[in-house]
Each structure stands twice: as structure tokens, then as C-alpha cells.
Ligand binder design. Structure first.
Ligand code: FAD
Length: 449
């Protein structure tokens, strides 16, 4: 059976120069940098807070892969990190080398930061449709409790992580592995309270040792846990006995864009959390008295749709160190793809392309290999006034596992914001913007290209 949804006439409630949809790392980069070009900028976010996966999925340990390399953050990410440190210090973290955010402090920080930057923000704004005028988005449709709401903009930036706006506009995309479409697993991070902080930090950081021991037990088949994940990364450890981020429960082979699959993933991961708590209480010193402090607001995803753009960045480009005339950012060579089909026993090398286990490739201290992202990866093959930023830009599945890094997403967002602002000023479509001017403006904003 099918039904017909009746057309509705909706008043356009706001008109801006640049509209950014999605308030995660990419959307924050896009909105702030667009506003800095002087464009009137509106940011729409479906949740009640900003930060994307960092705040909604407790991904507080953003740039651990830069540790021990020659690289450091720059551009807006570095600005946010520095300003956050001045206000919230180490986020109560007692572990070494702490560059971790607290998801909750960060929500407050971002509210204030975006207000200072002159970005208009509307939360609770789920965008699920667009109205087209030929190849141009005339208005973006937000679903609200009061019914649909329309806003229009000269340029729209899709920073939804899932390419929701681009797909609504009819832009083609790819999702997951080429053969079966499987994405990386969904993960529902959580926090515990009541750990013995003194014991865990006496004579070095025992959380790392616990992670290693857990993996050994897993590989020997002794844990009896149903979740397939073998790694056990921990985040902040505080004096209050809280571990703020346990990155463990994973649901494999689910579609991040299906509400039915998402429901299954959330429920499956909550059951894993229950098992895990008992397992840790009974098997690890320091965890005997833990209680569940909180579960992240939502299951989080590392990849889903990848929009087809004017260029598709591949891992062959990254390996060849390919340079582009229209490069908008440079990033340390890395890949981190959790096995999409839950194969924990593969060798995890890059050559496996995600079919043979978790790909985990990071730079060592003497390795200075980097990759560039061309502007064309942000420009969809169709739709004149649309740019895409963040994990859903145009790339192959393996290349996405590097581009998905939070810092990289903020860099592509920053580039999209500058390009959108400058194209509004020059009265040209984003595909026709002066790329030298975009790069120059990014450099003035502290981005190294
Ligand atoms: C468990 C887990 C661990 C990870 N660990 C790391 C790590 O250690 N380091 C690292 O660098 N990266 C890590 N990542 C990857 C990283 O979090 C993401 O790749 C990154 O956050 C992507 O940024 P983004 O802005 O493109 O998308 P997101 O962070 O997903 O943000 C998208 C935003 O858009 C909003 N949105 C979505 N759809 C709509 C819509 N239709 N309308 C309005 N708003 C919408 C969302 O609510 C969200 O705020 C991890 C991811 C997960 C899930």
C-alpha cells in the first residue's frame, strides 16, 4: 500500500546568506568561518545541543592519533581547544597527556562561542526535505512540532554527517563497502562512576593495561560477552571516580540511515553495556563498585552516505601523496576503519580495504606523510548552491576512514564555510568561487594548507 503526502504552503521564515545544516565538527567549522567572511549565517541542528559526535556520542578523546607524531592541530579546531582549556582546563581528567573535552562542558562552551561569532543557531531542527528551483535549493524544510518550517539561503552547506540535505536534493551517493554497503559499526558510548581512581593511577595508567588484558581475554574466547568488539578504549578518569568515555558496545551491519536498524542498534548496545558492567565488576580490580553513570544520548556512527562530488578522494591518492591545485586542507596520513562485518580476527592492514578486519594505520614520530583534500570533494555533482562538509564528503570508503577524523571534518567544514561566504560576496555559485582567495582566507583563519 502507498499513501500520498499532500503538498503544503509554508511561509519562508528566514532568509540568510549561508545556511549550515548539522552542528557537529564540520558544521561548527562551516558556520563560524562563513560568519567570519561577513555572511549572515544560520546553523540548524536536530538535537538540543551542538558538537555532533563529540557531545552526542561522548567522543571526547578527539585527536589521540596525533600523539607522538610531528603534527598538531591548527585553524578553528586549535582555537576552540585553546579557548576551552582556558575555561575548563583538563575537564577533571587525571590521565596523562590530556587533550580531552568533557562532552557536557563543551555543549555550554559551544553555545557561548557561536553566539560570540555571530552565528544564529536553531536547535531541535531536523531537516528532511528541500524545495528545488531547477538545480538550486530554494528552501530547506525543517520538521518541528508546529509543523514544517522553511528557510532559504544563497548557499546551503550539508554538514549532517549523513548527507541528508544533498540526498533530499537528489545528489547521488555511495554508502559503506562497495560490495555489500556495510558501514563501520554503530557505537553507544557510556560512563561509569565508582572506579578506584587511586588504584588505577598508582604506578602508571592501568586503564591502558586493562585494555590490553581485555583484548587478550577476548581473543582467547574467555570473556563470554556477546559484543564482538575486542578493543576497549577509555577516556577521562576523574577524582570523582568517573570514567567518562568507554568506547565498547558496537552494533555491526546496521544501516545508520534506517530508523529500524538504529532502534536495533541502540537496544543491542544497551544489552552489551549491562553485560559489560557485570564483567568488569567481577574481573578487574578498581571496577568492583562501579555503577552506570550515563549512556550517551545516541548511538554514534563513523560513516554512512558519501556524497558524489566533482572529485572522489581515494586511498590510492592518499598513498601516492597526490597534490591538488584546489587543495583546501592537508592532514596527516591515517586510516581507522572498524571492521564493518565484525571480523575481529583479520590482519587489519590497509590492503584489506575493510574486508579483512579493523584497519588501523597511524603515523609514527618519524613519518611526515600527509594527504590533501581538494575543494571538488566538497562540491556535489549536481545542485548549484550546495556544498558538503565532514564525513560525508566525496571519498572512497577507505579514504573516509581518515577523513572522518574530527579535526579533518572541522577543516573541510571551515573550507566550505569560507567558500560559501566568498561565493555569496562574488555572486557566483560555489563551484565557481576563486579558489586562491578561499585558500588565502583559510590561511588568514589559521589553517595550514
Ligand atoms: C564511537 C565513535 C568513536 C569515534 N572516535 C573518534 C576519535 O577518537 N577521533 C576522531 O577524530 N574521530 C572519531 N570518531 C569519528 C567522528 O566522531 C566523526 O567522524 C565526526 O564527528 C564527523 O563529524 P561531522 O560533523 O561530519 O558529523 P557528526 O559529528 O555526525 O555531526 C553531524 C551533526 O548533524 C546533525 N544532524 C544530522 N542529521 C541532521 C538533519 N537531518 N537535520 C539537522 N541536523 C542533523 C547531528 O545531530 C550532528 O550534530 C568516532 C565516532 C564514533 C561514533
Amino acid at each position: 500500500m502507498t499513501v500520498i503526502i499532500k503538498p503544503k504552503e509554508v511561509e519562508v521564515s528566514r532568509e540568510v546568506d549561508v545556511l549550515v545544516v548539522g552542528g557537529g565538527p564540520a558544521g561548527l567549522g562551516a558556520a563560524v568561518s562563513a560568519a567570519r567572511t561577513g555572511a549572515s549565517t544560520l546553523l540548524l541542528e536536530k538535537r538540543g545541543f551542538l558538537g555532533g559526535n563529540i557531545t552526542a556520542c561522548y567522543v571526547e578523546t578527539c585527536n589521540w592519533f596525533l600523539a607522538g607524531t610531528q603534527f598538531s592541530t591548527h585553524g578553528l579546531y586549535a582555537e576552540i581547544e585553546d579557548a576551552y582549556r582556558i575555561e575548563y582546563g583538563r575537564s577533571h581528567d587525571l590521565r596523562e597527556g590530556s587533550r580531552r573535552f568533557s562532552a557536557d562542558y563543551l555543549r555550554i562552551f559551544l553555545d557561548e562561542f557561536l553566539e560570540k561569532e555571530g552565528v544564529q543557531v536553531i536547535l531541535h531542527s531536523f531537516v528532511n526535505d528541500v524545495v528545488m528551483d531547477g538545480e538550486r535549493i530554494q528552501a530547506v524544510i525543517i520538521q518541528t512540532k508546529q509543523g514544517p518550517m522553511a528557510v532559504s539561503a544563497k548557499v546551503v552547506i550539508d554538514a549532517t554527517g549523513d548527507g541528508d540535505v544533498a540526498v533530499a536534493a537528489g545528489v547521488p551517493y555511495r554508502q559503506g563497502r562497495d560490495t555489500d554497503g556495510y558501514c563501520q559499526p554503530g557505537t553507544l558510548n557510556f560512563r561509569v562512576a565508582g572506579v578506584d581512581t587511586h588504584y588505577l593511577l598508582d604506578n602508571g595508567d592501568k586503564l591502558k593495561e586493562i585494555g590490553k588484558k581485555f583484548e587478550k581475554e577476548y581473543l582467547s574466547g574467555r570473556t563470554g560477552l556477546d559484543c564482538k568488539r575486542k578493543d576497549l578504549p577509555f577516556g577521562r578518569l576523574t577524582r570523582a571516580g568517573v570514567i567518562s568515555y568507554i568506547n565498547y558496545p558496537c552494533s555491526y551491519m546496521i544501516d545508520p540511515t534506517s530508523n529500524v536498524d538504529l532502534s536495533r542498534g541502540e537496544i543491542e548496545c544497551r544489552a552489551y553495556i549491562k553485560q559489560f558492567l557485570n564483567y568488569m565488576r567481577n574481573n578487574f580490580r578498581g571496577f568492583e563498585d562501579i555503577e552506570l553513570a550515563s549512556i550517551a544520548p545516541e548511538i554514534g556512527f563513523r560513516d554512512s552516505r558519501r556524497i558524489e562530488g566533482k572529485y572522489c578522494l581515494t586511498h590510492q591518492d592518499i598513498e601516492a601523496g597526490k597534490r591538488f591545485d584546489d587543495a583546501i586542507c592537508v592532514f596527516p596520513r591515517m586510516y581507522d576503519m572498524l571492521s564493518p562485518d565484525g571480523n575481529m580476527l583479520g590482519d587489519g592492514r590497509l590492503e584489506g580495504e575493510g574486508y579483512k578486519g579493523h584497519i588501523m594505520v597511524h603515523l609514527g614520530p618519524d613519518d611526515d606523510r600527509t594527504f590533501q583534500v581538494p575543494y571538488r570533494c566538497l562540491v556535489p555533482v549536481k545542485t548549484d548552491n550546495l556544498l558538503v562538509a565532514g564525513r560525508c564528503i566525496s571519498s572512497s570508503h577507505v579514504a573516509e576512514s581518515g577523513i572522518r577524523a574530527i579535526f579533518a571534518c572541522m577543516l573541510t567544514g571551515q573550507a566550505a564555510g569560507v567558500a560559501a561566504g566568498l561565493s555569496v560576496q562574488a555572486k557566483v555559485v560555489p563551484a565557481g568561487v576563486n579558489i586562491a582567495q578561499v585558500r588565502g582566507t583559510l590561511e588568514k583563519q589559521g589553517v595550514r594548507i
